[in-house]
Design a protein around this ligand. Structure first.
Ligand code: CTP
Length: 456
């Protein structure tokens, strides 16, 4: 990663949710972000959301001894190229101006030797108060870049300056702090355009290059090179929000193990890879994700809350405990049967020809129970692993189980445990057949369709 490293301190204000969008923009533009949440910040945005978006651990407390041993606050404050405080509340600005260090955020700000950009957001009266204006002046005098807040209607019903600037504008301020010119374009690259000539809401990028980063400089553009090296074009600043932000996505994944005795169990070949990939894609799309995982050895995707279970009964209880949800995606290969009475002690050979009788009983159908239950999520997606007549069986299964969609895959090849999948998304009035693709891509396509369905 050669992009800028941003240490983002998120203060406790209603505008904290916009910090999520800022993290996304910084990542999209090639930067990396490490987030620190103040105690107040945690009331407005969860560490899990920021961890999912930044794909980095989120720091909240000074007294985390494990972190202090592994990465002291001094180091954290100096690993970055720029420290951004967003939103900077009146309280945080006052503490910064006074040089206080009574929590992780303020300690980092006092310990850093890197440039600091503060993005204020607060009620108009608080912003205009003499104390806040004095604090802002003190900070500016000591070299902190303090952005001017936007003017407009506020969450509290008043009108005036105090709103957090648009995250795209904040990104451009970051680019400027990092030594890139006005409007984020290297100054001598403006090709006759002055920054003042660029309309609000637009930005100048090298023509025919990837209209991406304000940090793109000549020769670095990822797209096709322009024939005119100085050509610039104006493109929208871009404002695509996280498609699953604010949604709770519940996912089951992996096999279940049904105990025979304390050392033996009935299992199946599910690897859990597809379910874990969907959990990762949903978290990246901004969702709060609960992943109920059967016994698999897979790392937990960043920003995902994982609940490990063994048996179908445990999985059913965990699903129930995780409700309500906006979407349920049941990918687990739940065992249809369990041993009716599993033994408390290890079964022993009898020394004659008799074998222990294993009486089986049916497990609850978690998907059907959820889809027909009182707390049914608005969108219920099941999976169907079939070896023949894939679509016909899936259509019947969708109706029988009460799911909105069934994602059907042909498991006659080496899909189970493999990294690729060929799936058909079977809905009430459609069958969408996708070509063979990596499980991560299947996950992204599915998450996009889920976001579209929820938006409708
Ligand atoms: N499923 C579940 N609970 C079960 C069995 C299955 O939640 N006890 C869910 C799986 O997570 C998956 C779908 O149902 O989403 C797969 O069903 P499948 O096992 O293929 O269906 P069966 O009911 O077993 O039908 P059949 O054996 O006839 O294929």
């Amino acid at each position: 990663m050669n992009g800028p490293r941003i240490l983002l301190i998120v203060g406790g204000g209603i505008a904290a949710y916009k910090a999520c969008e800022l993290v996304r923009i910084i990542r999209r533009e090639g930067g990396s972000v490490t987030c620190v949440l103040t105690e107040g910040g945690t009331k407005f945005v969860t560490p899990m959301t920021l961890a999912a978006l930044s794909e980095n651990p989120v720091h909240t407390t000074l007294w985390d001894l494990k972190n202090e041993a592994e990465m002291g606050h001094i180091q954290l404050s100096r690993q970055a190229d720029l420290v951004v405080v967003c939103p900077a509340t009146a309280d945080l600005l006052a503490k910064m101006a006074a040089g206080m260090a009574d929590d992780l955020a303020t300690t980092l700000l006092l310990a850093t030797d890197k440039p600091v950009l503060a993005v204020p957001a607060m009620n108009v009266r608080m912003w205009l108060h003499a104390a806040t204006q004095r604090n802002v002046q003190t900070l500016r005098d000591s070299g902190v870049e303090v952005m001017e807040p936007d003017e407009g209607a506020m969450a509290c019903g008043e009108y005036g300056p105090g709103r957090l600037p648009d995250p795209s504008e904040i990104w451009h301020a970051i680019a400027r702090c990092l030594g890139h010119g006005p409007e984020g374009v290297v100054t001598d690259d403006l090709g006759g355009l002055s920054a003042a000539m660029i309309p609000r809401g637009l930005r100048a990028v090298p023509a025919a290059a990837d209209p991406a980063s304000p940090l793109v400089t000549k020769g670095e553009a990822r797209g096709a090179p322009s024939t005119d090296p100085n050509a610039l074009e104006l493109v929208p600043l871009g404002d695509d929000p996280l498609p699953l932000f604010g949604k709770h996505v519940l996912i089951t994944a992996g096999p279940t193990h049904e105990p025979i005795d304390p050392v033996r169990y009935i299992a199946n070949r599910s690897s859990g890879k597809q379910g874990f990939a969907i959990a990762a894609a949903a978290a990246q799309a901004g969702a709060r994700v609960t992943l109920i995982a059967g016994p698999v050895h897979l790392p937990t995707p960043p920003g995902v809350e994982r609940i490990d279970v063994e048996s179908a009964l445990e999985m059913a209880a965990a699903v129930d405990g995780a409700l309500p949800a906006d979407v349920a995606v049941m990918v687990a290969a739940v065992a249809d049967w369990r041993v009716a009475r599993s033994a408390d002690q290890k079964l022993k050979k009898q020394g004659d020809d008799t074998v222990p009788p294993l009486e089986l009983t049916e497990n609850p159908d978690i998907l059907a129970g959820l889809a027909h239950g009182l707390r049914r999520p608005p969108l219920v997606v099941g999976f169907a692993a079939e070896t023949q007549d894939v679509i016909r069986y899936a259509q019947a299964k969708r109706i029988r189980k009460g799911a909105d969609w069934i994602v059907a895959n042909d498991v006659s090849g080496d899909v189970m445990g493999g990294d690729a999948n060929t799936v058909h998304i079977v809905t009430a009035d459609d069958v969408i057949s996708l070509p063979e693709m990596p499980k991560g891509d299947v996950a992204r396509v599915l998450v996009e369709r889920i976001a579209d369905a929820l938006a409708e």
